[in-house]
Design a binder for this molecule. Sequence first.
Ligand SMILES: NC(=O)c1ccc[n+]([C@@H]2O[C@H](COP(=O)([O-])OP(=O)(O)OC[C@H]3O[C@@H](n4cnc5c(N)ncnc54)[C@H](OP(=O)(O)O)[C@@H]3O)[C@@H](O)[C@H]2O)c1
Length: 295
Amino acid sequence: MTTETPKTVKLADGNEMPLVGFGTYLINTQELMDTSIKTAFDAGYRLFDTAQLYRNEDLLGQSLVNLQIPRNQIFITSKVAEISQGYDHTIESVDDTLQRLKTNYLDLLLVHWPVRKFFFDTWRAMEKLKADGKVKSIGVSNYSVSQLELLKTKATEMPVVNQVECHPFLNQRPLVKFDKENDILTQAWSPLGRGITLDNEMLKKMADHHDVSVAQLILKWHLQNGLAVIPKSKTASRIVENHQLDFDLSEDECGMIDLLNRNERTGNDPELVYELGKQYKMFHGPQSESSVLGK
Ligand SMILES: NC(=O)c1ccc[n+]([C@@H]2O[C@H](COP(=O)([O-])OP(=O)(O)OC[C@H]3O[C@@H](n4cnc5c(N)ncnc54)[C@H](OP(=O)(O)O)[C@@H]3O)[C@@H](O)[C@H]2O)c1
Protein backbone atom coordinates (compact mmCIF):
# COMPACT_ATOMS: atom_id res chain seq x y z
CA MET A 1 0.00 0.00 0.00
CA THR A 2 1.31 3.46 -0.85
CA THR A 3 1.33 6.02 1.93
CA GLU A 4 -0.02 9.39 0.85
CA THR A 5 2.74 12.00 0.65
CA PRO A 6 2.19 14.87 3.09
CA LYS A 7 1.77 18.14 1.21
CA THR A 8 3.17 20.54 3.81
CA VAL A 9 5.55 20.65 6.74
CA LYS A 10 5.30 22.71 9.92
CA LEU A 11 8.38 24.90 10.29
CA ALA A 12 9.98 25.60 13.69
CA ASP A 13 8.21 28.99 13.83
CA GLY A 14 4.79 27.30 13.44
CA ASN A 15 4.21 28.30 9.80
CA GLU A 16 3.26 25.66 7.23
CA MET A 17 5.36 25.27 4.10
CA PRO A 18 4.59 23.14 1.03
CA LEU A 19 7.12 20.32 0.63
CA VAL A 20 7.23 20.42 -3.16
CA GLY A 21 7.74 23.86 -4.62
CA PHE A 22 8.38 25.25 -8.07
CA GLY A 23 11.81 26.78 -8.83
CA THR A 24 11.68 29.74 -11.20
CA TYR A 25 15.37 30.31 -11.93
CA LEU A 26 15.85 30.99 -15.69
CA ILE A 27 12.13 31.55 -16.25
CA ASN A 28 12.79 34.95 -17.71
CA THR A 29 9.93 36.06 -19.96
CA GLN A 30 6.38 36.97 -19.00
CA GLU A 31 4.93 34.44 -21.42
CA LEU A 32 7.03 31.59 -20.07
CA MET A 33 6.34 32.63 -16.48
CA ASP A 34 2.58 32.76 -17.13
CA THR A 35 2.44 29.33 -18.77
CA SER A 36 4.81 27.74 -16.23
CA ILE A 37 2.98 29.13 -13.19
CA LYS A 38 -0.40 28.16 -14.63
CA THR A 39 0.77 24.60 -15.31
CA ALA A 40 2.39 24.38 -11.88
CA PHE A 41 -0.61 25.79 -10.00
CA ASP A 42 -3.02 23.48 -11.84
CA ALA A 43 -0.72 20.53 -11.06
CA GLY A 44 -0.93 21.34 -7.35
CA TYR A 45 2.21 23.41 -6.61
CA ARG A 46 1.61 26.11 -4.04
CA LEU A 47 5.21 27.25 -3.33
CA PHE A 48 7.03 29.45 -5.83
CA ASP A 49 10.74 30.10 -5.35
CA THR A 50 12.36 33.24 -6.74
CA ALA A 51 15.29 35.49 -5.79
CA GLN A 52 16.44 39.06 -6.28
CA LEU A 53 19.28 37.62 -8.36
CA TYR A 54 16.97 35.88 -10.84
CA ARG A 55 15.59 39.23 -11.99
CA ASN A 56 12.18 37.66 -12.42
CA GLU A 57 10.35 38.69 -9.22
CA ASP A 58 8.34 41.20 -11.28
CA LEU A 59 7.42 38.50 -13.81
CA LEU A 60 6.24 36.16 -11.05
CA GLY A 61 4.24 38.98 -9.41
CA GLN A 62 2.64 39.83 -12.77
CA SER A 63 1.79 36.17 -13.46
CA LEU A 64 -0.04 35.90 -10.15
CA VAL A 65 -2.10 38.93 -11.16
CA ASN A 66 -2.63 37.67 -14.74
CA LEU A 67 -3.73 34.25 -13.50
CA GLN A 68 -5.83 35.72 -10.66
CA ILE A 69 -4.26 33.42 -8.10
CA PRO A 70 -5.31 34.59 -4.60
CA ARG A 71 -2.30 35.54 -2.50
CA ASN A 72 -3.42 33.47 0.47
CA GLN A 73 -3.41 30.29 -1.60
CA ILE A 74 0.29 30.40 -2.32
CA PHE A 75 3.63 30.48 -0.55
CA ILE A 76 6.26 32.84 -2.01
CA THR A 77 9.97 32.55 -1.24
CA SER A 78 12.54 35.14 -2.26
CA LYS A 79 16.19 35.66 -1.38
CA VAL A 80 18.42 38.59 -0.50
CA ALA A 81 21.24 38.84 -3.06
CA GLU A 82 24.86 39.29 -1.97
CA ILE A 83 24.86 42.82 -3.36
CA SER A 84 21.87 43.72 -1.14
CA GLN A 85 23.42 42.50 2.11
CA GLY A 86 24.07 44.63 5.22
CA TYR A 87 21.40 45.93 7.61
CA ASP A 88 19.97 48.92 5.69
CA HIS A 89 20.48 47.45 2.24
CA THR A 90 18.68 44.25 3.13
CA ILE A 91 15.66 46.13 4.40
CA GLU A 92 15.54 48.45 1.38
CA SER A 93 15.99 45.56 -1.03
CA VAL A 94 13.07 43.65 0.48
CA ASP A 95 10.82 46.68 0.02
CA ASP A 96 11.75 46.51 -3.68
CA THR A 97 11.16 42.78 -3.75
CA LEU A 98 7.66 43.22 -2.28
CA GLN A 99 6.87 45.88 -4.88
CA ARG A 100 8.06 43.70 -7.73
CA LEU A 101 6.08 40.73 -6.47
CA LYS A 102 3.01 42.97 -5.96
CA THR A 103 2.48 41.74 -2.43
CA ASN A 104 2.87 43.15 1.08
CA TYR A 105 4.50 40.08 2.60
CA LEU A 106 6.75 37.15 1.75
CA ASP A 107 6.07 33.73 3.20
CA LEU A 108 9.78 32.99 3.38
CA LEU A 109 12.82 35.20 2.95
CA LEU A 110 16.27 33.63 2.69
CA VAL A 111 19.79 35.05 2.80
CA HIS A 112 20.83 33.75 -0.62
CA TRP A 113 24.51 33.08 0.19
CA PRO A 114 26.50 33.62 3.38
CA VAL A 115 28.85 36.62 3.14
CA ARG A 116 31.48 37.12 5.84
CA LYS A 117 31.45 40.93 5.70
CA PHE A 118 27.72 41.31 6.39
CA PHE A 119 27.09 38.01 8.16
CA PHE A 120 25.44 39.29 11.37
CA ASP A 121 24.10 42.64 10.07
CA THR A 122 22.11 40.93 7.33
CA TRP A 123 20.63 38.46 9.80
CA ARG A 124 19.64 41.29 12.17
CA ALA A 125 17.75 42.85 9.25
CA MET A 126 16.03 39.55 8.56
CA GLU A 127 14.82 39.40 12.17
CA LYS A 128 13.57 42.99 11.91
CA LEU A 129 11.69 42.26 8.65
CA LYS A 130 9.97 39.36 10.38
CA ALA A 131 9.12 41.44 13.43
CA ASP A 132 7.63 44.10 11.11
CA GLY A 133 5.43 41.49 9.40
CA LYS A 134 7.01 41.94 5.97
CA VAL A 135 8.08 38.31 5.99
CA LYS A 136 6.43 35.42 7.81
CA SER A 137 9.46 33.11 8.07
CA ILE A 138 13.18 33.72 7.79
CA GLY A 139 15.85 31.33 6.66
CA VAL A 140 19.18 30.96 4.94
CA SER A 141 20.57 29.35 1.84
CA ASN A 142 23.94 27.73 1.22
CA TYR A 143 24.94 27.85 4.91
CA SER A 144 27.34 25.22 6.27
CA VAL A 145 27.22 23.66 9.73
CA SER A 146 29.96 26.00 10.97
CA GLN A 147 28.17 29.07 9.59
CA LEU A 148 24.97 28.02 11.34
CA GLU A 149 26.94 27.50 14.55
CA LEU A 150 28.42 30.98 14.13
CA LEU A 151 25.01 32.51 13.49
CA LYS A 152 23.73 30.90 16.69
CA THR A 153 26.24 32.91 18.77
CA LYS A 154 24.36 36.18 18.07
CA ALA A 155 20.98 35.38 16.50
CA THR A 156 17.82 36.18 18.42
CA GLU A 157 16.02 33.60 16.34
CA MET A 158 17.52 30.94 14.14
CA PRO A 159 16.64 30.25 10.50
CA VAL A 160 13.81 27.77 10.00
CA VAL A 161 14.96 26.73 6.52
CA ASN A 162 18.37 26.10 4.98
CA GLN A 163 18.07 25.86 1.18
CA VAL A 164 21.15 24.07 -0.19
CA GLU A 165 22.30 22.28 -3.31
CA CYS A 166 21.34 18.65 -2.78
CA HIS A 167 20.92 15.70 -5.16
CA PRO A 168 22.15 12.09 -5.40
CA PHE A 169 25.68 13.22 -6.36
CA LEU A 170 25.83 15.71 -3.43
CA ASN A 171 23.63 14.35 -0.69
CA GLN A 172 24.85 16.65 2.11
CA ARG A 173 24.12 14.06 4.82
CA PRO A 174 26.11 15.71 7.68
CA LEU A 175 24.46 19.09 6.99
CA VAL A 176 20.99 17.55 6.70
CA LYS A 177 21.54 15.77 10.04
CA PHE A 178 22.68 19.00 11.71
CA ASP A 179 19.70 20.90 10.27
CA LYS A 180 17.30 18.23 11.58
CA GLU A 181 18.83 18.29 15.06
CA ASN A 182 18.45 22.07 15.11
CA ASP A 183 14.84 22.29 13.86
CA ILE A 184 15.93 23.69 10.51
CA LEU A 185 14.24 22.26 7.44
CA THR A 186 16.63 21.45 4.60
CA GLN A 187 15.18 22.43 1.23
CA ALA A 188 17.02 21.00 -1.78
CA TRP A 189 17.91 23.36 -4.62
CA SER A 190 18.89 21.72 -7.89
CA PRO A 191 17.18 18.64 -6.48
CA LEU A 192 17.80 16.90 -9.83
CA GLY A 193 21.39 18.13 -10.02
CA ARG A 194 20.37 20.31 -13.00
CA GLY A 195 19.96 17.12 -15.02
CA ILE A 196 23.38 15.52 -14.35
CA THR A 197 21.84 12.74 -12.26
CA LEU A 198 19.15 11.73 -14.72
CA ASP A 199 21.19 9.37 -16.93
CA ASN A 200 22.40 7.14 -14.11
CA GLU A 201 21.76 3.47 -15.01
CA MET A 202 20.95 2.31 -11.48
CA LEU A 203 18.44 5.13 -11.04
CA LYS A 204 16.89 4.29 -14.42
CA LYS A 205 16.39 0.65 -13.38
CA MET A 206 14.93 1.64 -10.03
CA ALA A 207 12.60 4.16 -11.70
CA ASP A 208 11.43 1.55 -14.26
CA HIS A 209 10.66 -0.83 -11.39
CA HIS A 210 8.28 1.77 -9.92
CA ASP A 211 7.00 2.85 -13.33
CA VAL A 212 8.09 6.45 -12.68
CA SER A 213 10.73 8.74 -14.21
CA VAL A 214 14.23 9.15 -12.73
CA ALA A 215 13.26 12.72 -11.79
CA GLN A 216 10.25 11.45 -9.82
CA LEU A 217 12.40 8.79 -8.15
CA ILE A 218 14.95 11.37 -7.00
CA LEU A 219 12.33 13.81 -5.76
CA LYS A 220 10.65 11.05 -3.75
CA TRP A 221 14.04 10.04 -2.28
CA HIS A 222 14.49 13.65 -1.07
CA LEU A 223 11.03 13.68 0.53
CA GLN A 224 11.55 10.34 2.26
CA ASN A 225 14.81 11.73 3.65
CA GLY A 226 12.83 14.57 5.24
CA LEU A 227 13.84 17.30 2.78
CA ALA A 228 11.66 19.75 0.86
CA VAL A 229 12.31 20.23 -2.88
CA ILE A 230 11.99 22.96 -5.52
CA PRO A 231 12.49 21.36 -8.94
CA LYS A 232 12.42 23.67 -11.93
CA SER A 233 11.27 22.90 -15.45
CA LYS A 234 10.19 24.92 -18.44
CA THR A 235 8.45 21.84 -19.86
CA ALA A 236 4.76 21.39 -19.03
CA SER A 237 4.81 17.58 -18.86
CA ARG A 238 7.85 17.65 -16.53
CA ILE A 239 6.31 20.30 -14.29
CA VAL A 240 3.28 18.03 -13.84
CA GLU A 241 5.31 14.84 -13.41
CA ASN A 242 7.56 16.40 -10.75
CA HIS A 243 4.53 16.93 -8.52
CA GLN A 244 3.19 13.37 -8.87
CA LEU A 245 5.04 11.56 -6.14
CA ASP A 246 2.54 9.15 -4.64
CA PHE A 247 4.69 6.03 -4.53
CA ASP A 248 7.07 4.64 -1.90
CA LEU A 249 10.74 3.73 -2.01
CA SER A 250 12.02 1.05 0.32
CA GLU A 251 14.73 1.81 2.87
CA ASP A 252 17.11 -0.32 0.81
CA GLU A 253 16.37 1.69 -2.32
CA CYS A 254 16.94 4.97 -0.47
CA GLY A 255 20.21 3.54 0.88
CA MET A 256 21.35 2.61 -2.63
CA ILE A 257 20.65 6.13 -3.89
CA ASP A 258 22.65 7.49 -0.92
CA LEU A 259 25.65 5.48 -2.16
CA LEU A 260 25.80 7.57 -5.35
CA ASN A 261 27.12 10.55 -3.39
CA ARG A 262 30.41 11.92 -4.74
CA ASN A 263 30.28 15.44 -3.32
CA GLU A 264 29.87 16.91 -6.80
CA ARG A 265 28.58 20.48 -6.94
CA THR A 266 26.86 22.01 -9.96
CA GLY A 267 26.89 25.46 -8.34
CA ASN A 268 29.24 27.71 -6.39
CA ASP A 269 31.07 26.55 -3.28
CA PRO A 270 29.47 28.45 -0.38
CA GLU A 271 32.78 28.77 1.50
CA LEU A 272 34.26 30.69 -1.46
CA VAL A 273 31.22 32.93 -1.83
CA TYR A 274 31.47 33.65 1.91
CA GLU A 275 35.02 34.93 1.51
CA LEU A 276 34.65 36.61 -1.91
CA GLY A 277 31.35 38.29 -1.00
CA LYS A 278 29.80 37.30 -4.33
CA GLN A 279 29.18 34.33 -6.60
CA TYR A 280 31.94 33.56 -9.07
CA LYS A 281 31.85 32.39 -12.65
CA MET A 282 31.83 28.64 -13.14
CA PHE A 283 34.00 27.45 -16.03
CA HIS A 284 32.61 23.93 -16.12
CA GLY A 285 29.35 22.21 -15.39
CA PRO A 286 25.89 23.35 -16.37
CA GLN A 287 24.44 26.80 -15.92
CA SER A 288 25.35 28.29 -12.57
CA GLU A 289 23.41 31.23 -11.23
CA SER A 290 26.52 33.37 -11.72
CA SER A 291 27.35 32.28 -15.27
CA VAL A 292 23.87 32.92 -16.61
CA LEU A 293 23.39 36.24 -14.92
CA GLY A 294 26.86 37.48 -15.76
CA LYS A 295 27.81 38.22 -12.15
N1 LIG B 1 19.48 29.03 -3.24
C1 LIG B 1 20.28 28.89 -4.27
O1 LIG B 1 21.47 29.27 -4.20
C2 LIG B 1 19.78 28.27 -5.53
C3 LIG B 1 20.67 27.95 -6.57
C4 LIG B 1 20.15 27.36 -7.71
C5 LIG B 1 18.80 27.10 -7.84
N2 LIG B 1 17.95 27.45 -6.83
C6 LIG B 1 16.48 27.21 -6.93
O2 LIG B 1 16.28 25.82 -7.14
C7 LIG B 1 15.46 25.62 -8.30
C8 LIG B 1 15.78 24.30 -8.96
O3 LIG B 1 17.16 24.18 -9.25
P1 LIG B 1 17.75 24.14 -10.74
O4 LIG B 1 16.81 24.80 -11.66
O5 LIG B 1 19.13 24.65 -10.69
O6 LIG B 1 17.90 22.57 -11.04
P2 LIG B 1 16.97 21.27 -11.07
O7 LIG B 1 15.57 21.57 -10.68
O8 LIG B 1 17.72 20.22 -10.35
O9 LIG B 1 17.04 20.88 -12.60
C9 LIG B 1 16.48 21.66 -13.61
C10 LIG B 1 16.85 20.97 -14.93
O10 LIG B 1 16.29 19.65 -14.95
C11 LIG B 1 15.40 19.53 -16.06
N3 LIG B 1 14.23 18.77 -15.59
C12 LIG B 1 13.32 19.16 -14.65
N4 LIG B 1 12.40 18.20 -14.46
C13 LIG B 1 12.73 17.18 -15.28
C14 LIG B 1 12.15 15.93 -15.56
N5 LIG B 1 11.03 15.53 -14.94
N6 LIG B 1 12.73 15.13 -16.47
C15 LIG B 1 13.86 15.52 -17.11
N7 LIG B 1 14.46 16.71 -16.89
C16 LIG B 1 13.90 17.54 -16.00
C17 LIG B 1 15.03 20.94 -16.46
O11 LIG B 1 14.82 20.97 -17.88
P3 LIG B 1 13.69 21.89 -18.60
O12 LIG B 1 13.55 23.18 -17.82
O13 LIG B 1 14.26 22.11 -19.95
O14 LIG B 1 12.43 21.07 -18.64
C18 LIG B 1 16.30 21.71 -16.11
O15 LIG B 1 17.28 21.59 -17.15
C19 LIG B 1 15.80 26.85 -9.15
O16 LIG B 1 14.85 27.09 -10.17
C20 LIG B 1 15.83 27.93 -8.10
O17 LIG B 1 14.50 28.34 -7.78
C21 LIG B 1 18.42 28.03 -5.67
